[in-house]
Ligand binder design. Sequence first.
Ligand SMILES: Nc1ncnc2c1ncn2[C@@H]1O[C@H](COP(=O)(O)OP(=O)(O)OP(=O)(O)O)[C@@H](O)[C@H]1O
Ligand SMILES: [Mg+2]
Length: 246
Amino acid sequence: MEDRASSAATRCADPVTPRGIFVAGTDTGVGKTFVSTGLVAAAARDGRRVAVMKPVAAGAEPTPDGLRNDDALALVAAARCYAPYADVNPVCLPLPASPHIAAAEAGVRIELPPLRAAAARLAAGADWLLVEGAGGWRAPIGARETMADVACALGLPVLLVVGLRLGCLNHAQLTQAAILADGLPFAGWIGNQVDPGMARVAENVAWLTQALGEPFAVLPWGTSDGRAAEVFREAFATASRRLAQL
Ligand SMILES: Nc1ncnc2c1ncn2[C@@H]1O[C@H](COP(=O)(O)OP(=O)(O)OP(=O)(O)O)[C@@H](O)[C@H]1O
Ligand SMILES: [Mg+2]
């Protein structure tokens, strides 16, 4: 583990595109897809050609066209941009479990170069590429590799979705530290309230702002569609400005 972490800072690839972002979360189920689809839809409404990618997905249903994952389909629908599914979601595993278990179950070894090649193809036809990770930052995808290796292979700045609930201050700090230790730019963060009963949300956000910087957006629990559209429009504009400065 130490070898992996200590060698990480020097091993990240150059950005696969200058206009891309990797969406990571403090955990699984913290709203990466919710935030990603919101940002992508805002970008599409702004007239951008947006490419989306869910490089590794665990949990998929058989369809007449092959296995399909809900997150990948949601991203494609939000982007309103055609791309071959095999590029959007190159590793689509049926078992809804940790990707390393789902991959072993399917007899798949996840290789990084094909993921980068697919991202490059997607980015070539787009103004903007958004990539959604799976699980948390160090979710395993193989015997030694984790989602951090996927992000590193793409070389993209990381947007962290902080799932606002008890424990998120620790998770957010640890995840940011790991992103930086792994050698990728930390683009910024979006707070997303995933626990409707969370106490003292504003105080938690204030602490996170001190630790991580100003958020691109903070989304309350149960954000309505209309309000979410406006918040995501502003969040996309802020994220674009920030990316241009990196
Ligand atoms: N702000 C919110 N208010 C209410 N429900 C939310 C909010 N954000 C996310 N959810 C719900 O929480 C669930 C998990 O969100 P989402 O699927 O976006 O998480 P994720 O981080 O993408 O998970 P995964 O690790 O499986 O990809 C979904 O059912 C989503 O609709
Ligand atoms: Mg998701």
